[in-house]
Design a protein around this ligand. Structure first.
Ligand code: ACM
Ligand code: ZN
Length: 547
């Protein structure tokens, strides 16, 4: 008797026998990121009003995904798509006795993997878990006319070409970092970015929530952080800023989860803490002179690593962070922490003596003190079942096993960390800093952080990125994925934010999802022009047009 696995294998075998590993650009459905493999067949399948049957072995998360898709179909075409979870669906599918859209569990597939087999009158999706189902549906949506993204009825023919798609991501971490500290963005604005991320199968929002210029998340045990720490004076506004209440954060987390996205919070420590020091000056080495301003750059005032009250503070904050965020990873920053104050501070120096830290060839004793802070917070979070991510400075000196390094000062930190056996996420400022200008013609771009034309990060540069460059195969296994970083010193408004993000994020989605090599920039640009920009127009999202 045929099992579901056998059925899948026979589908795959037929596909492999056909010898199709890629498809001609002139017939290419406008799917980005492109699936790993797609075989076009003759004919098409009507999707308007299609009946949806789903394996009852799937959980609530899949039910939510399917309900949302059925709603979308109804909104756009006006026809109801019934949704059912019949018992014995898998057996009927094995016998070929199903029609409409049928979603079947296949445990042989990876979490994010799916196989979609479309013939006239029938769309079969195989997946093992909610992410695979969701990405299959995202692909299906991209094969439909862009009007599928409308929130109103559209006079449009909803059908997709018959084909067989086998697809899974290259990297499991496909992120976007959003800095809501230098400028504040509302929850509605963040949701717009989540909507777009999900279309392109990005699955991590790294949310930068604390920095010198503002503290952005409510922490109930430390109320001053948002009463005072979330606000600063600007030339035209004596009280600029804002913060997210715990309820708002939970709402963002569940909105993201319904779109396949995990939210990873960042509390940047022990540097970039001016907003917290302004509220609680006793946590700094000098205890005074702190102020929240819109002066960008790196501040010398940081948390005092020799003061036990600092660890109590961090543990209180991180306890609440862990209560709110279910993510496996918590980002603890670690970047740009000058050691000037620690060198002069009696408490920090006493701590260095107590720990027996000394200068070595690789690191000063103050750098080793930062290693101590990192390791202590890492152990505290491990007690709560969480792992840390830190910027690549955490690698200087000694780093405890189990930490994940986010390589931002180029790729070298990531290469070194991976060679040493640490997991890494590649966000090099050569390719992934989306606050940098998109063209070397700086005078034609919005005012930004880029001073030299050669530092511009063009769409083509993003698209050409190879995250595992200069790594051996063993190191490359430690690359969890790739992320773009959107720092917002010079980005005050949401339409500017979207302009910086798009379409570069769409290019990055190809880097995040598709296997190395085998990319075609001209075909990508054609797809942007013909299809993706129409989707963004329908969503009312801003983007930079092609040159
Ligand atoms: C960073 O850009 N300071 C991580
Ligand atoms: Zn100190």
């Amino acid at each position: 008797m045929k099992t579901a696995t056998n059925h899948l294998l026979s589908v795959l075998a037929a596909f492999l026998l056909a010898g199709i590993t890629s498809y001609a650009a002139d017939k290419l459905p406008d799917i980005i990121p492109q699936p790993q493999s797609l075989e076009l067949r003759k004919g098409s399948c009507r999707v308007a009003g299609i009946q949806i049957n789903c394996d009852d072995a799937f959980g609530e998360d899949v039910r939510g995904i399917i309900a949302a898709f059925a709603d979308r179909l109804k909104t756009v075409c006006g026809k109801e798509s019934t949704v059912a979870y019949p018992i014995g669906l898998r057996k009927s599918a094995e016998k070929g006795n199903v029609k409409g859209m049928v979603i079947i569990m296949n445990r042989a597939l990876g979490q994010e993997e799916y196989v979609m087999d479309i013939s006239a009158g029938k769309i079969l999706i195989y997946a093992s878990a909610a992410p695979g189902v969701l990405w299959g549906i995202r692909t299906l949506q991209q094969m439909l006319p862009p009007e599928i993204y409308r929130n109103a009825p559209a006079k449009v023919h909803l059908s997709v070409p018959c084909c067989l798609i086998q697809d899974k991501p290259r990297f499991k971490y496909r992120g976007v970092m959003l800095d809501c500290c230098r400028h504040f963005f509302s929850t509605d604005e963040i949701k717009r970015q989540l909507d777009v991320m999900s279309i392109y199968k990005c699955n991590r929002l790294h949310w930068h929530l604390s920095d010198d210029q503002g503290w952005r998340i409510e922490i109930k045990s430390r109320p001053l952080l948002t009463i005072a720490g979330a606000w600063r004076a600007e030339e035209d506004n004596p009280k600029y800023g804002g913060f997210y209440t715990e309820d708002e954060v939970r709402d963002i987390i569940s909105y993201a989860a319904a779109r396949g996205i995990t939210v990873i919070p960042e509390i940047d420590l022990p540097g970039h803490m001016m907003s917290a020091l302004t509220c609680y000056p006793e946590l700094g080495c000098t205890g005074k002179g702190y102020e929240i301003t819109n002066r960008w750059g790196v501040y010398k005032d940081v948390l005092c690593a020799g003061n036990e009250a600092v660890y109590a503070f961090l543990e209180d904050v991180l306890t609440e962070i862990c209560d709110i965020f279910p993510s496996e990873y918590i980002h603890i920053g670690g970047d740009e922490c000058p050691k000037d104050r620690w060198r002069e501070c009696p408490k920090c120096q006493a701590k260095i003596r107590e720990l027996g830290l000394e200068d070595t060839a690789g690191a000063t004793k103050e750098q080793r003190l930062q290693n101590y802070v990192t390791a202590r917070i890492q152990a505290f979070l491990a007690g709560k079942g969480r792992k840390i991510i830190g910027w690549d400075e955490i690698l200087e000196g000694e780093l405890s096993p189990g930490a994940t390094v986010m390589s931002w000062r180029g790729s070298k930190g990531g290469i070194k960390a991976a060679a040493a056996g640490f997991d890494v996420i590649m966000t090099p400022n050569s390719h992934c800093y989306f606050d940098y200008a998109q063209s070397p013609q700086l005078d034609k771009e919005p005012k930004g952080i880029t001073r030299k034309p050669e530092r511009a990060i063009t769409l083509e540069k993003v698209y050409s990125m190879e995250p595992c460059v200069n790594m051996d195969a063993e190191s490359a296994k430690h690359v969890l994925g790739v992320q773009c970083n959107l720092w917002t010193e010079y980005i005050a408004a949401n339409d500017h934010l979207e302009y910086m993000l798009l379409p570069r994020m769409i290019a990055l989605s190809e880097v995040q999802w598709r296997p190395a090599g085998n990319r075609d920039f001209d075909a990508f640009k054609t797809s942007l022009q013909h299809h993706q920009f129409r989707i963004l127009d329908i969503l009312g999202v801003n983007y930079r047009k092609l040159d």
